[in-house]
Write a protein that binds this ligand. Structure first.
Ligand code: ASP
Length: 330
């Protein structure tokens, strides 16, 4: 997760109308600044949270250019990160809950607003694909826990009982000293949320996570909650969230971003307004981060976060780079 520190910091603080981006590079290499607006593109655009969004976007882009749908792209894009068992915040390589169980949350939504979701699911490599299957093969939106696991087995998904010794050892160490308090800070959670628009202007989004590290067993965050961690409405736009999920749930964060865009806000303004709302409604935000990404139906895009440090992967026809989101608190 700390890999993101190795990427460029782009100085997007404040309310800059134009974002300035830099191509990702090896440490020590020369910076290459991009001084054209980063808020609009003609053609496909893919935005994903955090540095693991780079390989996810690359996969999603390949799917789109091979003629796949934007829904295929957002599913297969984040699935790359789910399969990366070195990732400690997404998929089966993620940090466990306070009882030592890795429990996964995911959701997906298409241009028409059709949605699928799973929460509190254990032992499956691709919760995002189970979420899509729930959307496509059931009359429901959301399945949770043992019921979701049983349904997944019955519908062709296989169990994966991988245990990662390093993750287990870290949890054992935490459990020895923690007094079983769940941890909520800006460094132990990094969902991947992806939102995308194809060349025809069709939108889709996906979100998948192992959730907050060492959470109470049974805790579900924003990531599988349609309207909180993700919201897509082809008429208005798409948004996704990362950070302390409770903040996104209480504000129906992603839905609110989309509704503000529907009322005419730019994606950046809409994300910022929800971050401001979070701050108005929560006095205690110490060590907490929340960030949003958005694409409006006209192809404009942007993001905002509470604190410095949130960045996202952007892919367009002519750009593949990390962008530091603007923020309120340095
Ligand atoms: N939003 C996720 C959750 O609260 C965590 C994250 O973004 O990393 O479960």
């Amino acid at each position: 997760m700390n890999d993101r520190r190795h990427f460029l910091k782009l100085g997007l603080a404040g309310s800059a109308a134009l974002a300035t981006g830099c191509f990702p590079k090896e440490e020590g290499a020369e910076e290459k600044a991009v001084d054209t607006p980063l808020s609009f593109t003609k053609g496909p655009v893919i935005l994903s949270t955090w540095i693991h969004g780079m390989p996810a976007n690359a996969k999603a882009w390949d799917v789109l250019t091979a003629g796949g749908s934007v829904l295929d792209a957002v599913e297969q894009g984040v699935a790359v990160v789910e399969s990366d068992f070195t990732n400690r915040s997404v998929g089966l390589g993620g940090r466990p809950d306070r009882d030592g169980h890795v429990t996964l949350d995911a959701c997906i939504q298409d241009h028409e607003g059709r949605a699928g979701s799973v929460a509190f699911v254990q032992h499956f490599e691709h919760p995002i694909s189970i979420a899509r299957a729930v959307m496509e093969r059931t009359p429901h939106v959301m399945l949770v826990g043992a019921g979701a696991e049983r349904w997944a087995l019955e519908n062709g998904f296989s169990r994966n009982d991988i245990t990662i010794p390093e993750v287990k050892a870290a949890w054992e160490e935490w459990a020895r000293t923690s007094n079983y308090k769940p941890v909520a800070n800006i460094e132990n959670h990094d969902t991947i949320g992806m939102i995308a628009m194809d060349a025809a202007g069709r939108l889709a989004g996906s979100c998948t996570t192992s959730g907050m590290a060492y959470k109470i067993h049974g805790r579900v965050g924003d990531s599988p909650i349609i309207g909180a961690g993700l919201f897509v409405d082809g008429e208005a736009g798409a948004a996704c969230a990362t950070g302390v999920g409770e903040l996104a749930i209480r504000t129906a964060g992603s839905h609110t971003v989309v509704e503000l865009m529907r009322q005419g806000r730019t994606p950046e303004e809409a994300c910022h307004e929800v971050v401001l709302r979070v701050q108005r409604k929560h006095k205690e935000l110490v060590d907490m981060q929340i960030g949003f990404l958005a694409i409006r139906a006209d192809g404009t895009f942007g993001g905002w976060s509470l604190r410095k440090g949130f960045n996202y992967a952007l892919r367009t026809t002519d750009r593949e780079l990390m962008v530091d989101a603007p923020f309120d608190i340095a």
